[in-house]
Design a protein around this ligand. Structure first.
Ligand code: BTN
Length: 334
């Protein structure tokens, strides 16, 4: 083995500790300068190695290289060829994939290491720091008939929730869906979905959709920003989950599973609806409706179900029911 390979192997088996340059040099019977050269070369290869003065080196514990060939192979969408692209940093994967579409007109899955301008619904930001989450956008060409955004969004929520249960929790029913498309674990939002549709100016019948998915896998080094602390969480937020989980290629395994689930549930809507209803963390709860169309006017009621169009059925105190197709609700004490 070369010094570089030996340094990598030592760092890989000690991800929880820093090892000083001198220690590495002693272990390998080489000079500190050759250790330094090996570290630089590994960093140039894309390995994320933390280097801290007076402590030494450590392979970042959340380091998870993306293997686009592996993801391409695992995605099985018989009738479509999806081009998989990985970039370390973009503004927003939804915005960037749209620019890429302008160049190639292909179906694309774009995954990014971080986003500098990650976007959420209703003009909110989506916090997307480096090496802690999966940030991706799937761009699919459709025709305007197949462009049913509420269905696509809800289908994606079922697909993401089931993929998380499968990849992280050994198929246990852990993740919950908050209508319309937020994924929760233990009362914290760990994932959001932003679906957008576009048509071509010159041909309004052909169009494409972009399904943007953000998942907080790890808690960021300095925690979530103050304004998100009460709401946001990460899938792996305790040592038990971290010990029980195979962290290797976690973003790769999650992304391919999500894409396959989206295509599967798209064709199996009855199953998808059942998952969506069973995973709902709203059914049976009393909620406040923030109906943005009605000037922030607030209504209250009990969620009694979700209909076949993924609308939330809410019953008010007079027994009147309404089906909500968009908006946001929050659980309140009754
Ligand atoms: C929300 O919770 O309101 C939706 C969040 C969607 C975030 C994802 S991250 C990947 C994609 N790119 C974006 O800019 N947003 C979506």
């Amino acid at each position: 083995m070369s010094t570089k390979e030996e340094v990598l192997s030592i760092l890989q088996s000690n991800t929880s500790n820093f090892i000083s340059g001198q220690e590495l040099a002693n272990m390998l019977y080489v000079t500190r300068a050759s250790v330094w050269k090996a570290i630089k070369s590994l960093q140039a290869d894309g390995y994320q190695i933390d280097a801290v003065t007076n402590k030494g080196y450590r392979l970042s514990p959340t380091f998870d290289p993306i293997n686009i060939e592996d993801i391409s192979q695992k995605i099985n969408t018989s009738d479509r060829q999806i081009k998989v692209i990985y970039l370390d940093e973009v503004d927003s994967t939804n915005d960037h994939v749209r620019r890429l579409e302008g160049e190639s007109h292909e179906d694309i899955l774009l995954i990014a290491g971080c986003q500098t301008k990650g976007r959420g619904r209703r003009g909110r930001d989506f916090f997307s720091p480096k090496n802690t989450g999966l940030y991706m956008s799937l761009l699919l060409h459709t025709n305007s008939d197949t462009n049913n955004i509420p269905h696509i969004t809800a289908t994606t929520a079922s697909a993401v929730a089931k993929a998380i249960d499968h990849v992280i929790f050994h198929d246990k029913d852990i993740s919950k869906i908050k209508w319309v498309n937020d994924i929760y674990i233990n009362k914290y939002k760990i994932s959001g979905i932003l679906t957008e549709a576009f048509s071509y100016m010159e041909d309004e019948d052909s169009s494409y959709i972009i399904i943007g998915i953000g998942i907080n896998i790890f808690v960021p080094d300095n925690g979530f920003p103050k304004e998100l602390k009460k709401i946001a969480g990460a899938i792996i937020s305790d040592t038990k989950t971290s010990k029980d989980t195979n962290l290797e290629n976690i973003r790769g395994r999650l992304s391919s599973r999500i894409i396959n689930n989206i295509f599967y549930y798209k064709e199996n809507q009855i199953e998808c609806l059942e998952i969506y209803r069973n995973k709902s963390n709203l059914i049976g709860n009393y909620v406040q409706i923030n109906d943005f169309k009605e000037n922030h006017h607030k209504n209250y009621g009990k969620v009694v179900g979700i209909d076949n169009e993924y609308r939330l059925i809410i019953e008010n105190d007079n027994g009147n029911r309404q089906a909500l197709s968009s908006g946001e609700v929050s659980v309140v004490k009754y």
